[in-house]
Design a protein around this ligand. Structure first.
Ligand SMILES: [Zn+2]
Length: 258
């Protein structure tokens, strides 16, 4: 099975890049023109593999189009430009709703707490070894512009990266060998606490409130800012920017023009 998979990957990776693929990438997301030519080529090849290996399902009437696939895949691929062999292998399926969707959460499933049960609107979610669920309405604005720092695809795939080293999303992705994990984690945790304190004292901060609900959300929301508003992240949360750069390696502030 694996041999077949790697054989197929190899074949997809070595095919010539076509003019159509170049134009699909250009239109896939707003950061594309800022990437270097080698980064764009690497990304096109990565996107081919990603699109072909995942099962794509439209929900509630969504018809999956090629440009949707390119926007989602290229955004996820931009996040792992430094790790071109990572294809989010634990994610087999991508579900796309037209807009934020309603889910029923059974209170029995959340520790029998009736307050946590009920019906909710969700923009998306990511399930360990399960699907990544997205909605096209929220993605469109984010692939066309910085969207005030929000990006559903980056958010959900950041959770996937967080879960590479274990099923619990804890805000700690696998780090490159030259980065000290304990130090990275304690600095990120300190940033999380500082941000919570600032908001607790009534200050407005760049980081969205949702990022202050859990360390894993802090990592996901900070990742959205890293790729969507890197200059602002570097200015207002410089240490968070530095820590994320150690993980993502690609310096998005430089990429988008200093
Ligand atoms: Zn989240």
């Amino acid at each position: 099975m694996l041999e077949w998979l790697f054989g197929r990957r190899k074949q997809l990776l070595k095919q010539e890049i076509t003019a159509e693929e170049k134009s699909l990438l250009e239109r896939a997301f707003w950061q594309a023109p800022h990437l270097t030519a080698p980064q764009r080529e690497q990304l096109i090849r990565w996107v081919r593999v990603f699109i072909s290996e995942k099962t794509w399902e439209g929900c509630n009437g969504v018809e999956i189009t090629q440009s949707m696939q390119w926007s989602i895949a290229a955004t996820a691929g931009m996040m792992v430009l430094a790790y071109p062999d990572w294809y989010f292998d634990k994610t087999a399926t991508i579900l796309v709703h037209p807009r934020p969707y309603r889910v029923r959460v059974d209170s029995a499933a959340v520790s029998n707490n009736p307050i946590l049960g009920g019906e909710f609107h969700r923009a998306g979610e990511t399930i360990y070894r399960g699907p990544v669920v997205l909605n096209w309405h929220d993605i469109q604005a984010a692939v066309a512009s910085h969207n005030q720092g929000h990006h559903l695809v980056i958010h959900e795939f950041a959770h996937q990266l967080d879960m590479i080293n274990g099923p619990a999303a804890d805000g700690l992705p696998p780090l490159p060998g030259n980065v000290n994990e304990d130090s990275w984690r304690s600095q990120m945790r300190a940033e999380y606490e500082v941000a919570r304190d600032m908001v607790g004292q009534g200050h407005n901060i760049l980081m969205d409130d949702y990022g202050l609900t859990h360390e894993s959300e802090f990592f996901a929301v900070a990742s959205e800012l890293y790729f969507q508003l890197p200059h602002e992240l570097r200015e207002y949360h410089p240490n968070v920017f530095k820590l994320l750069k150690q993980f993502y390696v690609i310096d998005m502030a430089l990429t988008l023009g200093d």
